[in-house]
Design a protein. Structure first.
Length: 295
C-alpha cells in the first residue's frame, strides 16, 4: 500500500513577498532596481529597505522605501540624479532620460563615502530587507565577498556591471540567505549596457499561479514527489478541479472532478521532466497549490 506524504502548502514558500526583478548597473549614474510584487495583494513599500554591502563589507548601507506596489506590479527605484546641466562623466551626471521616464521613486541624491546605499557597482552585494533591516527578503551577490570588478559567469564574462539583469520568469521568490557561491546566470538573464525598455513590467509564473494565505487553509498531499508516470492528490475537502502549470506559467493540464472526491490520480506520461505547480480547486471555493517534480 502506498502511503501519502503530506506536503502542506505554506504562504511563505513561493510568490509570497517582494523580490528584485531587474538590476541595472549602467554607465555613469545609471543605477536602478525594479521590484516585483508576486502576491495577490498590494504591498506597502514603507515596510522595506534596500541598499548595498560596499566592496565586500558585512554591514549594509540601507534606505527605507516608500509607495505602494500593486498585485503583480513593479516599482522602479533609481538614483536621484536628474540635473542635465551637470558634466558627464562625473558624480553629478544625470541618469539617462529613458531611465528617468520609467522610474517610480528617485532616492539617495547625495553621495557620501559613509552612506550611499544606492550607488552600487558590480562588486557590491545588493539587498532588500524588512523594515528592521534584519531579515533578507532578496539578495543579489554574496555578502562579504568582493569579486573585483563584477561577479562573472563560468567563462569569466562580467555580469553585474555594464549590464541590465532581468530575473528569469521561473524565479518565484527572493534569495533568503547568503549563498555559498553567487552563480548569477542561474536566476538572471543579461541584457546590454543601458537597456531600460524592460523596466516597468515583469514576466513571472506567479502571475498565473499565485499562492496567498487564503489558499493554505486546507491540507494538501501530493505524492509521490518526485513522480514518474503518475501522481496522487489527497485533500480533506472535495476536489472540484485540478490544473497543472509549468514554470513559464502555462497551463499544461486541467481536469474536472465530477464525483467531487477528495482523492484523485493524475497521469503524467506525456509531460517533460521538471518542476511544475499543482493547483487544486476545492468545492468550497478555496484553491491549494503545491510544487511537483516530474522525473
Amino acid at each position: 500500500m502506498l502511503l501519502p506524504v503530506s506536503l502542506s502548502v505554506f504562504a511563505q514558500s513561493w510568490c509570497a513577498d517582494l523580490f528584485i526583478s531587474e538590476y541595472v548597473v549602467g554607465s555613469n549614474n545609471n543605477r536602478a532596481l525594479e521590484l516585483y510584487n508576486p502576491t495577490l495583494n498590494s504591498i506597502n513599500l514603507g515596510n522595506y529597505k534596500v541598499g548595498r554591502f560596499r566592496d565586500g563589507a558585512t554591514n549594509p548601507m540601507l534606505l527605507q522605501l516608500s509607495g505602494t506596489i500593486p498585485s503583480h506590479g513593479t516599482w522602479v527605484v533609481t538614483v536621484d540624479k536628474r540635473d542635465g546641466n551637470q558634466p558627464c562623466p562625473g558624480l553629478e551626471c544625470a541618469v539617462d532620460s529613458a531611465l528617468q521616464a520609467v522610474t517610480d521613486t528617485f532616492v539617495n541624491p547625495v553621495y557620501s563615502q559613509s552612506n550611499s546605499p544606492f550607488y552600487f557597482n558590480g562588486d557590491d552585494a545588493v539587498i532588500l530587507t524588512d523594515l528592521a533591516g534584519t531579515a533578507i527578503i532578496d539578495l543579489v551577490g554574496k555578502i562579504g565577498e568582493d569579486p573585483g570588478t563584477a561577479w562573472s559567469d563560468t567563462n569569466g564574462g562580467w555580469w553585474t556591471t555594464g549590464k541590465t539583469l532581468v530575473r528569469k520568469s521561473n524565479v518565484l521568490d527572493g534569495v533568503k540567505a547568503n549563498p555559498t557561491e553567487f552563480l548569477v546566470m542561474t536566476e538572471w538573464d543579461s541584457l546590454p549596457n543601458n537597456t531600460f525598455d524592460h523596466l516597468g513590467s515583469h514576466t513571472c509564473a506567479c502571475s498565473n499561479v499565485s499562492i496567498g494565505e487564503n489558499e493554505t487553509r486546507e491540507n494538501l498531499s501530493v505524492y509521490p514527489n518526485p513522480a514518474a508516470g503518475k501522481f496522487y492528490i489527497k485533500t480533506f475537502s472535495a476536489i472540484e478541479e485540478v490544473k497543472l502549470f509549468n514554470l513559464a506559467g502555462q497551463q499544461v493540464y486541467a481536469e474536472k472532478n465530477s464525483l467531487f472526491t477528495n482523492y484523485i490520480e493524475i497521469r503524467t506520461v506525456f509531460y517533460s521532466s521538471g518542476l511544475y505547480f499543482v493547483s487544486v480547486k476545492l468545492k468550497n471555493g478555496e484553491t491549494l497549490v503545491s510544487k511537483l517534480t516530474l522525473k
